[in-house]
Design a protein around this ligand. Structure first.
Ligand SMILES: Cc1cc2nc3c(=O)[nH]c(=O)nc-3n(C[C@H](O)[C@H](O)[C@H](O)COP(=O)(O)OP(=O)(O)OC[C@H]3O[C@@H](n4cnc5c(N)ncnc54)[C@H](O)[C@@H]3O)c2cc1C
Ligand code: FES
Length: 243
C-alpha cells in the first residue's frame, strides 16, 4: 500500500447521485479484486474508503454514491484535478477456480466488476445478480454483459428485472446453491448469508487509518474475537462475522 497522486480523467454522473471517477494512476498491478482505496477529499481530514471497480491500461475506476459531505465534494472534482489516494487496502475476494455467483446491491456492485473479470479470465461461468431500488439506479449492467456474465437484475419497485430483492431474482432463476461472493447493504448480506453457505461477503464500517492500526473499524467474529474490517477484511467468509 502507498500514497499516490492520481489525476482525474473523468468524474461523471452515471445514475442519480452515483458517479464514476476514472483516475490515471500506477496501482493497477498491485490491486486485487475486492480491495479498496482511501480517497483524500480536499478539506476533509479522514480519507473516504471506496472500492476499486476496475483497473485497466494505467487507470483506476471508482464508482461512488454522493452520500454525505465528503463524497459530495468528491463529485465536484473536475477532469485534470489531482487527488491523493492511499491503497490498495484490505484483502479482497478469493480467486477460486470454480463457477461463481456475484451478488451486489447499490454501490456494493462496483468491486464485482474486477472480480467478474478475474473469474472470466479463468474461463469460469459468472452469474451476476444486482439489486437496486429502481431502474434509474441500475449501474454497470452493460459492463458485466460485455464481460460475458449472465446478468440478473432485481429492483424493489419492479421497474427493471425481477420485482424484489436479489434473493427473489436468484430464486426465480432456480439458483438455490453455489459459490457466492457478495457486496452491498447489510440486510442484503444477511439474507445472502442465510441462504448461501459457501462463499464470502464484503463488509463496510467507518474507518480512520484504513490499514489496521487504529482499531476504529472492529467487528466481532462468532467467537467474540475482534476483526478489523480494513485489514482482516473487508471480505470475510460467510458465517465468520456477527452481522
Ligand atoms: C471498504 C469500503 C468500501 C467502500 N466502497 C464504496 C464504493 O465503492 N462506492 C461507494 O459509493 N461507497 C463505498 N463505501 C462507502 C463510502 O466509504 C462512504 O459512503 C463514504 O465514506 C461517505 O463519506 P461522506 O463524507 O460522503 O459521508 P459522511 O457521512 O459525511 O462521512 C462522515 C465519516 O463517516 C465515514 N462514513 C460514512 N458512511 C460510511 C460508510 N458507509 N462506510 C464507511 N465509512 C463511512 C466517512 O468516510 C467519513 O469519515 C465503502 C466503504 C468501505 C468501508
Ligand atoms: S480503520 Fe484503523 S484499524 Fe481499521
Amino acid at each position: 500500500m502507498r500514497d499516490e497522486t492520481a489525476v482525474i480523467l473523468e468524474n461523471t454522473a452515471i445514475a442519480p447521485d452515483i458517479f464514476r471517477m476514472v483516475l490515471r494512476c500506477t496501482m493497477e498491478e498491485e490491486v486485487h479484486c475486492g480491495q479498496f482505496v482511501q480517497v483524500q477529499v480536499p478539506g476533509y481530514f479522514l480519507r473516504r474508503p471506496i472500492s476499486v471497480c476496475e483497473c485497466i491500461d494505467g487507470t483506476m475506476t471508482l464508482v461512488y454514491r454522493a452520500a454525505g459531505d465528503g463524497t459530495r465534494e468528491m463529485s465536484r472534482m473536475k477532469e485534470g484535478d489531482e487527488v491523493q489516494i492511499f491503497g490498495p487496502l484490505g484483502n479482497g475476494f478469493p480467486l477460486e477456480k470454480k463457477d461463481v455467483i456475484l451478488i451486489g446491491g447499490g454501490v456494493g456492485v462496483p468491486p464485482l466488476v474486477e472480480t467478474a473479470k478475474a473469474y472470466r479470465s479463468f474461463g469460469r461461468n459468472v452469474t451476476v445478480c444486482l439489486g437496486f431500488a429502481s431502474k434509474e439506479a441500475v449501474i454497470l449492467q452493460e459492463r458485466f454483459e460485455q464481460l460475458g456474465c449472465n446478468v440478473l437484475i432485481a429492483t424493489m419497485d419492479g421497474s427493471a428485472g425481477t420485482k424484489g430483492t436479489v434473493i427473489d431474482a436468484l430464486r426465480e432463476e432456480g439458483i438455490e446453491e453455489g459459490f457466492v461472493l457478495a457486496c452491498g447493504p447489510l440486510p442484503m448480506l444477511k439474507a445472502v448469508s442465510e441462504k448461501y453457505h459457501d462463499g464470502y461477503i464484503s463488509l463496510e464500517e467507518r474507518m480512520a487509518c484504513g490499514m489496521g492500526a487504529c482499531m476504529g473499524c472492529v467487528i466481532p467474529d462468532q467467537e467474540g474475537n475482534a476483526m478489523r474490517i480494513c485489514k482482516d477484511g473487508p471480505v470475510f467468509a460467510i458465517g465468520k462475522a456477527v452481522l
